[in-house]
Write a protein that binds this ligand. Structure first.
Ligand SMILES: Cc1ncc(COP(=O)(O)O)c(C=O)c1O
Length: 409
């Protein structure tokens, strides 16, 4: 193999895209009166509301906070069970644990790595005590799960759907001849987003929840801000003046809640980043098409293949995952990743199945073999660079170098 190290600049598996206009937007807020709890938060929320076609958007500190807030808003506790997939970031499961609820994992379909509808149905039908209160499906990599089908199943069984959209800002699906945006909440109670730098728009840390339910929206707003209530009071004798007006300083804390607020600096960056979202999605899709076409030319699908795509959906392509038959090549994944790293190509594995994390092994007594599709997917998974600044030449370089290492040329 050609051993030219550091051939050109480092290509990470994902990265942010910050331009001068982003910097200017942040500087403008830094020079303003409001660094936090100011007007830019609502502007950012309005922008997302408009895009998602959701009635309410509540910005918050990060995607993990967004998920936690949804579990709080549903009022879940230790008597409840939440179902999610093992092929996700740990936060999709942890959110249930933060409110004391139990987590049960449901295996994925091997070829898409999305939660399996059949397995979900099995888990729900087996729940004779009706303890399952929420399902958190994940639009993994940006590929929408079949939300209408999952929603119908859950509606029939009194279960809330909270879709984890952290990979899927801008994704959509068609159903009954209509197009629905992920996060529009036509087929979910709430949707959670992350604006971590590797995601479609970056706010440093940042997240949001969308919903069409007024009551849930009010709870989400209150719960992100210490549970502070300025409208409905328990201590009325303290709340009101002698003439029956709310005392100007008065507020009440009626529940224990965190501070999960987003600040105005992040929101300004979010708005400016959002201006580039369409371009980002378009370029991500072009890159995906380019990769997929080249992979079909370069590799036997038994050896290297992309994840299966679906008809009637728009993938937001947060990630591009290859399935590589490492056994066939007789090369460990770590060796491929290390060799790629030496020649300045970053890759990652999304994800270590969550049920195999020590915390969940201890808690659930889960073990290898419990979710065979998830584990088989994981054994072969490798995320290769995917972000809008990648050029076609960068993509050629990634695939050519993977081929050289795998075939030991
Ligand atoms: C699927 C998924 N859910 C939740 C999160 C949590 O988001 P954050 O990192 O903003 O807390 C992430 C972030 O990586 C994610 O990928």
């Amino acid at each position: 193999m050609e051993q030219t190290k550091n051939r050109t600049g480092f290509l990470p598996y994902g990265r942010q895209n910050i331009d001068d206009d982003d910097i200017e937007a942040v500087v403008k807020v830094l020079k303003s009166d409001w660094l936090t709890q100011g007007p830019t938060i609502e502007l950012f929320e309005d922008r997302l509301k408009e895009q998602l076609n959701a009635e309410y958007v509540i910005a918050c500190a990060n995607g993990t906070a967004a998920l936690h807030l949804t579990m709080m808003a549903l009022g879940l506790n230790k008597d409840d069970i939440v179902l999610t997939t093992p092929i996700t970031f740990i936060a999709s499961a942890n959110c249930a644990r933060f409110v004391g609820a139990s987590v049960k994992f449901v295996d994925v379909d091997y070829d898409t790595a999305l939660i399996s509808y059949e397995k979900l149905e099995e888990a729900i039908y087996a729940d004779k005590d009706n303890k399952i209160k929420a399902v958190v499906p994940v639009h993994f990599t940006g590929l929408p799960v079949d939300l209408p089908k999952i929603y119908q199943l859950c509606q029939n069984n009194g279960i809330a759907v909270v879709d984890d959209c952290c990979h899927a800002l801008g994704a959509w699906f068609e159903h009954d001849g209509n197009r629905y945006l992920i996060g529009g909440n036509n087929y979910s109670s709430m949707s959670a987003f992350s604006f971590h730098p590797v995601k479609h728009i970056a706010t440093g840390e940042g997240g949001a929840v969308s919903t069409n339910d007024k009551e849930l929206a009010e709870k989400l707003r209150r719960f992100r801000n210490h549970g502070i209530n300025r409208e409905v009071f328990v201590n009325t004798e303290m709340a009101y003046s002698q003439i029956g007006e709310i005392n100007p300083w008065y507020h009440e804390m009626q529940e224990l809640c965190p501070n999960y607020r987003m600040n105005d600096i992040q929101a300004a960056l979010g708005i400016s980043q959002h201006n580039k979202l369409d371009h980002s999605l378009k370029r991500r899709n072009e890159i995906a098409r380019y990769y997929t076409g080249k992979i079909a030319e370069m590799f036997d699908p038994e050896e290297v293949r992309p994840l299966k795509q679906k008809e009637g959906v728009y993938n937001a392509y947060h990630l591009y995952v290859l399935q590589i038959n490492f056994k066939k090549f007789n090369i460990p994944r770590a060796e491929l990743m290390n060799k790629l790293r030496e020649i300045n190509i970053g890759t990652q594995v999304h994800y270590i199945p969550v049920h195999l994390q020590p915390y969940y092994r201890n808690l659930l007594n889960s073990k290898p073999g419990d979710f065979p599709n998830a584990e088989r997917y994981y054994e072969q998974a490798l995320s290769i660079p995917m972000y809008p600044q990648l050029t076609d030449c960068d993509c050629d370089r990634v695939l050519d170098d993977i081929k050289k290492i795998l075939y030991r040329d």
